[in-house]
Design a binder for this molecule. Structure first.
Ligand SMILES: NC(=O)c1ccc[n+]([C@@H]2O[C@H](COP(=O)([O-])OP(=O)(O)OC[C@H]3O[C@@H](n4cnc5c(N)ncnc54)[C@H](O)[C@@H]3O)[C@@H](O)[C@H]2O)c1
Length: 398
């Protein structure tokens, strides 16, 4: 993949979030640097200024580039010579902070990799899309499940018609870690996820159903029409949903379902998706991500394994692999594949070349608006006893 051709240098990364005791910021730093195409150069790592500074050595960030806020970081980085300044900002803060950081970074001319859900609410997402559209930056959204080799394989198979017309998408994202009120047990991850002022209008549906919905869209390209959703809160006193099911109609007549749970005993990060076509069906499960099952009536079930040398692995699947078959690749590598696709465009932008902004391989700002619309409409439907509500968002269509 070269060193970010035609730029031929590493991209300089800044991380917002990821301070001591946090979760996904560390994953961003590992994924972005996995292929030696980026170097973590600067950070505003925590909402707490002292912890922001104290966390910097854990990442090898020099003290002069360890900032106490993202505002300070953007201002200081803009004053640096262009050959020292950061190229992109990765946002790994709780949901309610994404918009202000992303908007400021884009306006300052920096590329952005933002975690999901893209913003706190739909209005912010629509505003951010406008800002991104009126800029020339690369904006990637880390729906990391789109980066798995078997998912890329499936996408190419589906888009080339191997499964025929798509009739159904069933996805379920099942966890159990919130079956107790972890928000009252010093879990800061649980605390903000169950707080409507930080998480947004939905709990489990904002946190994980957005991944499940996005993956079905990514794999099939089907355009949504309507949604009917029922959200529930099972844990006493919790202010947001911890379980829900949505039924989705697609414009081609297909039906989809998304179930998300955070209250299922013993289920860890059990995300699986099945797709039914008129010529075949397939199933993938993120806890066993190097395999995918493809089925045809009357034939033995086919287990596809992640084997970059195998003839049946297509170009998309092969390009997403790093090591030979049988050596498991998983979360970090898939995350890195989203970064890699964004890096291709960041390198092009830095060299004044054009790049595709709507139909990019990496999930982007349009997917982010769709995700926020999905959350908003699921909540609206649930409040009306699972009434059907529209799921077409014209500005976000891709
Ligand atoms: N893509 C995925 O698979 C995935 C997985 C987990 C989390 N996420 C998303 O990542 C985000 C973070 O989740 P988490 O579980 O890592 O949360 P976390 O609570 O573990 O970490 C959040 C970090 O952000 C910092 N922060 C908060 N406000 C800040 C500010 N103004 N400036 C700088 N830093 C600030 C906190 O101090 C903390 O270090 C959320 O949006 C979440 O939905 C995505």
């Amino acid at each position: 993949m070269g060193m970010n051709e035609p730029l031929n240098r590493k991209l300089r990364m800044a991380l917002v979030g990821g301070g001591q005791g946090s979760f996904i910021g560390r994953v961003h730093s590992i994924a972005a640097c996995l292929d030696n195409r980026a170097v973590l150069t600067a950070g505003a790592l925590s909402s707490n200024p002292e912890r922001a500074k104290a966390s910097a050595p854990d990442y090898g960030i020099e003290d002069t580039r360890a900032y106490t806020s993202y505002q300070e970081m953007l201002e200081a980085e803009l004053k640096l010579p262009a050959d020292e300044r950061i190229d992109f900002v990765s946002i790994a803060t709780p949901n309610h902070v994404h918009f202000e950081v992303a908007e400021a970074a884009v306006k300052a001319g920096f590329n952005v990799v933002c975690d999901k859900p893209m913003t706190y609410d739909l209005a912010q997402a629509e505003q951010l899309l406008e800002t991104v559209q009126s800029s020339d930056v690369v904006f990637a959204l880390s729906h990391n499940y789109t980066g798995y080799p078997m998912i890329r394989q499936a996408r190419e198979m589906i888009l080339s018609g191997e499964l025929g017309e798509i009739n159904a998408i069933r996805s379920q994202y099942i966890q159990g870690w919130l079956v107790e009120a972890m928000e009252h047990q010093e879990s800061k991850q649980a605390a903000w996820r169950t707080d409507p002022s930080k998480s947004g209008a939905a709990g489990a549906f904002g946190d994980i159903a957005t991944h499940a919905y996005n993956l079905g869209r990514f794999m099939t390209g089907l355009l949504p029409d309507q949604v009917s959703c029922h959200l529930k809160t099972f844990v006493d006193g919790r202010r947001l949903d911890d379980y829900g099911t949505a039924i989705i109609t697609y414009e081609n007549g297909a039906l989809g379902s998304v179930t998300a749970s955070q209250i299922t005993h013993g289920r860890e990060n059990d995300f699986e998706i099945e797709i039914d076509g008129t010529k075949g069906s397939l199933k993938w499960r993120q806890e066993n991500p190097n395999e995918m099952i493809v089925r045809h009536n009357g034939k033995p079930h086919q287990i596809y394994t992640r084997d970059p040398k195998a003839a049946h692995i297509n170009a998309m699947g092969r390009a997403a692999c790093r090591i030979p078959a049988g050596h498991p690749e998983a979360f970090f590598e898939a995350f890195a594949n989203v970064y890699n696709a964004a890096f291709d465009d960041m390198a092009k932008r830095a060299c004044g070349e054009t790049f595709e902004r709507r139909d990019s391989v990496y999930t982007n700002c349009y997917d982010g608006v769709e995700g926020m619309f999905f959350i908003q409409q699921c909540v609206a439907s649930s409040q009306e006893n699972a009434a059907w509500v529209p799921l077409r968002h014209e500005a976000a269509r891709k």
